[in-house]
Ligand binder design. Sequence first.
Ligand code: BGC
Length: 477
Amino acid sequence: MKTFTQLEDANGYPCLPNLQDLKRKNKISMLTRGLILDKDAIEKIMKVFNNEMKLGLSKNPTAKSSLQMENTFIPELPDGTENGYFMALDLGGTHCRVLLVHLKDGLQEEPLVQYYDVPENIRLGPGTQLFDFLAAKIHNFMERNDLLHLHLPLGFTFSFPMVQKALDVGVLVTWTKSFNCSGVVGNDAVKMLNEAIARRKDLHVNVVAILNDTTGTLVQGAYLNSKCGIGLILGTGSNACYMEKSANVEKWSDNKNVSQVIIDCEWGAFGDNGVLDFIKTDFDRQVDANSLLVNSFTFEKYFSGQYMGEVVRVILVKLIDEGHLFEGKKPIKLMKKQSFITAYISQIESDKEDTYNTKAVLKEFDILDEASEEDIQIIRYICSIISVRAALLISVCIASLLIHMDRQETVIAVDGSLFKYHPKLPSLMNKHIEALAKEHKFKLILAEDGSGKGAGLIAAIATRLTKSKSSNGSSHD
Ligand code: BGC
């Protein structure tokens, strides 16, 4: 039997393996057909994304866009004049980080970093408890590093959709990923963090900026390469931001004094208004139904780290139910929601000629002995089509941004575990972006820890902006 990896279509989708039972092959082909995006679908997604982008930027949109296109109030990138010590707090996943960033004439020293687990009871509990927890971690970090006597500015990376009213005001729109704390939606996260800091009475940090992880990544990317114009997160969640001409941000009435600003697309919610329903499959509906926050974050649920494994799992369960895998035997562990984590896809996708990694994953689910050689090839096929779909969806949106920005060359700073550990995603993205934005030169770079280091840089930029504001005696943003 030929392995499917030897055969691919123009978009990189593998062909279904040659199964002995032709009927079985046809059935699997029918069940998975909706996951294969063809040229028409790709063109349509691109059109829809552009339209949503325009609606999201306009002052009086004719319809509500699913792209928030949020103003970050960051009008400048690092310019090499940043000096001093800056704290950063990075919250977005099941770990949070506290950092101390030292800048000397714009140059970063390797920051001090401490990771902390954010347990489920904190992620799902009352908001004040979350912010008290964060203040306690800032205190722990400063105490460990003998910093408690210092007064330091802090950049707060809060990787959730916010309405920003200023660089230091971020009102939470909705929780995403694995968070659902009560009493935070509709409130300013900076205010809540400042209040928690004040409650302690033993910390001298001042939250000068709130930002999204994409924004931190763009700014860190700009530090690494001055051509950086897009920040992209492919991790637990997914999102992108880019440098926009402020004249294009019609909804920002007070945009006269700056020529550009970072816009946070919040593309995780792309399609929440139904505009992407033409690519939604029953599998995607099932993933949504199994998620913490149903009926939201359509785009993110197609491929981000929190969900991609679940997409594969629901497909495998369907194939088992229909008798196409493991002769219909139901592996108990695989029946559990969210049991097939996205890291397994990366593991399976790193198999080449042999099937060593796929077998290791099957062993985790106690199904190695039940799995035939054909079952193994089918599982690899499913992981592969879901990976290609992910790459296409991400690439379509990135290509749209490149065309919209219309620069000679744009560097895209990327961070997140999906990008770092998926063995094929970066090369698939390179291929697809190149094909979709033919005239636009681009380069993907890894901006590791961008959301943390970038927060330090943004705290420095915020400090510089405040200084120039007070010395000019006029408003800068
Ligand atoms: C959030 C974004 C964030 C992304 C990546 C999404 O769920 O809404 O704000 O940038 O995850 O962390």
